[in-house]
Write a protein of this length. Structure first.
Length: 132
């Protein structure tokens, strides 16, 4: 059969991270792995050792390690060592409208491959990830 897409999930909220994990695994198209949200270099190191096709992270500015700067540092570090990995950021535009512009420009600069607002439906998110 077709090989499953391996997707690394690094999100701050454990319940959310587990629900993304199960949602993706249920589709039968993904092999998800959870990477604990920690220091950017630890996340990047873990990601490089897992060699996923996709890296899915959330941006939560309250903590230093999940802020946009830290998430972009993870992406840049992974990209240097494992450029095949595509990355996706998820953030809550309602809660953090101030991030919108920075995330849009990171996308324009091709630092991130895709981004989603937290209000995205499970179905839409799964379809988008599957097409990457």
């Amino acid at each position: 059969g077709k090989e499953l897409k391996k997707i690394a999930i690094s999100v701050r909220n454990r319940i959310f991270s587990e629900s993304v994990f199960f949602m993706l695994r249920q589709t039968g198209k993904f092999n998800p792995v959870i990477i604990p949200s920690a220091d950017p270099y630890m996340v990047a190191g873990e990601c490089v050792s897992q060699k996923p096709d996709l890296l899915f992270m959330d941006v939560v500015p309250e903590t230093h390690e999940t802020g946009l700067g830290a998430r972009l540092k993870v992406i840049d570090t992974v990209h240097e060592k494992f450029p095949e990995c595509r990355n996706i950021l998820l953030w809550d535009e309602t809660a953090y409208p101030e991030l919108t512009e920075a995330i849009m420009s990171a996308r324009t600069e091709h630092r991130i491959d895709a981004f989603f607002n937290a209000s995205v439906t499970a179905k839409a998110l799964t379809a988008a990830l599957n097409s990457m």
